[in-house]
Design a protein around this ligand. Sequence first.
Ligand code: ZN
Length: 225
Amino acid sequence: MESALVVLSGGQDSTTCLYWALKRFGAGHVEAVTFDYSQRHRIELDCAVRVAARADVLHTVLPINTFAALGGNALTDANIAVQDSTDAQTGLPNTFVPGRNLIFLTFAAALAYSRGIRHLVTGVAQTDYSGYPDCRQATLQALEQTLRLGMEYALTIHTPLMFQSKADTVRLARDLGALPALVDTHTCYNGIQPPCGECPACILRAKGFAEVGIPDPLVERFRKP
Ligand code: ZN
């Protein structure tokens, strides 16, 4: 029986991918890995721990502190505000952490290798997203090839959300029975709960639920006394 390792950020997309992997590979054949990259919002790590515990999967948290040392983006540098603006030169949002997914997947591949796991699952999407170049299919295909060559290991990177809109992802979560788990997820770029509802990540998440016409379990949680 094949096994899979899911890169779990504690967000909506990776949580949905965890349940996708559980359905595809079966309970007992799925693990999760989360990276502590000194992100400003430690709440992400707490969410990942809760999501993994709820799904009853083995969960590994690996430290990578180099991104914080590099600085220059709104997700690791507290001096940079998260804005709905893009860099004039690159056209990318200031939440872009250069190299992040490349490094995450490379370390995930190393962990998978050590465990004899041949399937990586990541929630990246090039549709309806922030335009991060390391979330595009071409990048992921090239990286898969690089990892296969570099580790001489038949590794497959699965990207079930690559061409899904946020609404599609909400529908998928519903169909997989993952909606209850979304109460433990974190999306807000401002790192607060209840979510701010105003940052680009919150707006995109709300749009997805609104299009499907079902309430966001996370938002509902804070609505109740
Ligand atoms: Zn927000």
